[in-house]
Design a protein around this ligand. Sequence first.
Ligand SMILES: *[C@@H]1O[C@H](CO)[C@@H](O)[C@H](O)[C@H]1NC(C)=O
Ligand SMILES: *[C@@H]1O[C@H](CO)[C@@H](O)[C@H](O)[C@H]1NC(C)=O
Ligand SMILES: *[C@@H]1O[C@H](CO)[C@@H](O)[C@H](O)[C@H]1NC(C)=O
Ligand SMILES: *[C@@H]1O[C@H](CO)[C@@H](O)[C@H](O)[C@H]1NC(C)=O
Ligand SMILES: *[C@@H]1O[C@H](CO)[C@@H](O)[C@H](O)[C@H]1NC(C)=O
Ligand SMILES: *[C@@H]1O[C@H](CO)[C@@H](O)[C@H](O)[C@H]1NC(C)=O
Ligand SMILES: *[C@@H]1O[C@H](CO)[C@@H](O)[C@H](O)[C@H]1NC(C)=O
Ligand SMILES: *[C@@H]1O[C@H](CO)[C@@H](O)[C@H](O)[C@H]1NC(C)=O
Ligand SMILES: *[C@@H]1O[C@H](CO)[C@@H](O)[C@H](O)[C@H]1NC(C)=O
Ligand SMILES: *[C@@H]1O[C@H](CO)[C@@H](O)[C@H](O)[C@H]1NC(C)=O
Ligand SMILES: *[C@@H]1O[C@H](CO)[C@@H](O)[C@H](O)[C@H]1NC(C)=O
Length: 481
Amino acid sequence: MSTSIALTAVAFLLVSDLTNAERVLGAYIFQRHGDRTAKAWPPTKLTSLGYSQEYMTGSFFHDRYISANSSYKIDGISTDIITASAPQDDVIENSGVGFLQGLYPPAGSVAEETLRNGTTVEVPLNGYQLIPMSDVQSGSGSEDNSWLQSTSSCGKAIISSNNYFDSKSYESLLSDTRMLYQSLEPLVNETFSASKLSYKNAYSIWDLLHVALIHNSTTSFPSSTILNDTVIQELLVLANEHELNLAYNSSDPIRAIAGMTLAGEVLTALNETITSGGKSKLNVQFGAYAPFLSYFGLAELSPHNVNFTGIPNYASSMAWELVTDDEGTEIPATSDIRVRFLFHNGTSIEGSTQLQTYALFGQSTIELSWAQFVDETRKISIQSQDEWCQACGNSTGICASSSGAGDNSSSSSSADSCSGRGMSLGVAGVIGAMVTLGVLVGLLVLSMIVFGLRFVPKSAVAGSHRGSDASTVPVMKTTAA
Ligand SMILES: *[C@@H]1O[C@H](CO)[C@@H](O)[C@H](O)[C@H]1NC(C)=O
Ligand SMILES: *[C@@H]1O[C@H](CO)[C@@H](O)[C@H](O)[C@H]1NC(C)=O
Ligand SMILES: *[C@@H]1O[C@H](CO)[C@@H](O)[C@H](O)[C@H]1NC(C)=O
Ligand SMILES: *[C@@H]1O[C@H](CO)[C@@H](O)[C@H](O)[C@H]1NC(C)=O
Ligand SMILES: *[C@@H]1O[C@H](CO)[C@@H](O)[C@H](O)[C@H]1NC(C)=O
Ligand SMILES: *[C@@H]1O[C@H](CO)[C@@H](O)[C@H](O)[C@H]1NC(C)=O
Ligand SMILES: *[C@@H]1O[C@H](CO)[C@@H](O)[C@H](O)[C@H]1NC(C)=O
Ligand SMILES: *[C@@H]1O[C@H](CO)[C@@H](O)[C@H](O)[C@H]1NC(C)=O
Ligand SMILES: *[C@@H]1O[C@H](CO)[C@@H](O)[C@H](O)[C@H]1NC(C)=O
Ligand SMILES: *[C@@H]1O[C@H](CO)[C@@H](O)[C@H](O)[C@H]1NC(C)=O
Ligand SMILES: *[C@@H]1O[C@H](CO)[C@@H](O)[C@H](O)[C@H]1NC(C)=O
């Protein structure tokens, strides 16, 4: 009896020691938008369901990374105010807002402000935190666009994806499935003409039906004789095959441009967390499914697990965490830092199936040393605009000044004209990389201001630091924690 109690106590100590030993130093989240209306019926909109999926997922990440008593709390992260940026796409941008509402819920009375004359100002909506999101030009309207690669604007990637339509496997699927798609005619004839009903439009057709299966409460839908479970499953598998082949091909890496630039951004951001001594801690980026599929291929997740060949569900999340066993309070030496990858297929909700770790790059261990992560990521990533221009074979537009295209060592002068926001060349490069993602919303948790009752600088009203920071701190940079 007493032995077992002692054992339990020891076990408890061990467990708590283990959880205390690890510190999360920073994280990068890539978040798919929530449930939306069909792409075939633009303008595509985030639905209330999608909004709540994002809000719940944001709350989940709040509880994981920000909550004071979470064992995954990011070391030293502010529990209050954040600043963010995002480009224009109704679905993705609104997803970002919903996510942020969950990530940083209303601050309540903490957000109250006492004026010089003693008046206390109460904040609307229980201290709802205004998070300024500046627009990034690229990626506009990508959710209205049925073919995501076309929004990547990477010349060679577009050509590569298009090659799929000339491949044997495409041709044979196209003819083998003709009957199946034609059989859907009575269901979708208001949207797709008979000539459009083929594997060529596998994703758009699946998307329309998938949206209808969630939202269409008309009793005549679906016509069960046409759309039984077998057919639904078949259409999903075909849509997955179609989109995977446009997003990734092992013998033609450039096709995965969306994943390459994402990998580069993750590396740059996590590196920044380390090199800045922890000034930037949490990065959130919103986007569509193409970067997921591209990254799954590049990071060797899909070759080892067939689940990763499928389009992730709405509100899916990928996260890369920087962790250490070092017991100090500072960022330790890189030799003491590890990286792990997590994914959850769909809305993350506290308590249910959650983020799960997966081994990257075909390794047998879940956690990679920082050095190993850098080595492996460098092989699959694009980290600068020059690299992007070179890889994509683009030499006009944002690439006109790039050394990549013409081997003309860059003289930065023309880069200023296209950034237009006083960004440094390096940052313009990252934005250039964003162009390749097209579908992405870059959302960086910028300066996290400690917003306590005892420590409220006069200017620290929610959002008011935008002016001072935005002019010096570029969109992709993170500042004080
Ligand atoms: C700490 O965790 C407990 C149990 O999960 C929860 O009930 C409580 O609200 C948390 N406290 C804070 C301050 O987050
Ligand atoms: C205090 O200042 C605010 C803002 O100028 C004003 O609205 C308010 O009436 C003032 N209160 C008093 C008691 O003077
Ligand atoms: C890159 O080149 C392709 C093909 O010429 C073009 O469609 C695309 O807009 C270019 N992208 C940029 C960012 O200039
Ligand atoms: C990669 O693309 C080429 C050309 O489009 C195609 O022949 C090949 O089958 C593809 N590979 C895979 C694994 O799909
Ligand atoms: C679509 O098909 C249904 C069922 O066959 C038919 O009643 C309807 O008139 C068709 N609509 C159009 C626009 O062709
Ligand atoms: C719902 O399904 C019915 C019957 O198939 C169709 O006529 C209607 O357009 C659909 N509405 C929506 C919003 O999907
Ligand atoms: C589903 O529909 C297809 C095509 O109409 C048919 O071949 C198949 O037998 C059906 N399956 C089930 C389980 O009803
Ligand atoms: C990390 O940042 C440092 C300092 O900016 C830079 O020298 C180094 O090349 C970066 N490493 C990676 C992997 O980006
Ligand atoms: C794939 O996903 C299914 C359903 O979530 C799960 O049961 C299965 O174990 C997964 N397969 C692998 C290899 O992880
Ligand atoms: C996520 O769920 C979708 C739909 O069920 C499936 O097709 C896909 O393979 C899943 N992805 C993973 C990584 O489990
Ligand atoms: C770089 O390009 C500019 C404009 O096309 C040209 O005038 C210059 O000579 C080039 N420099 C080099 C080193 O090729």
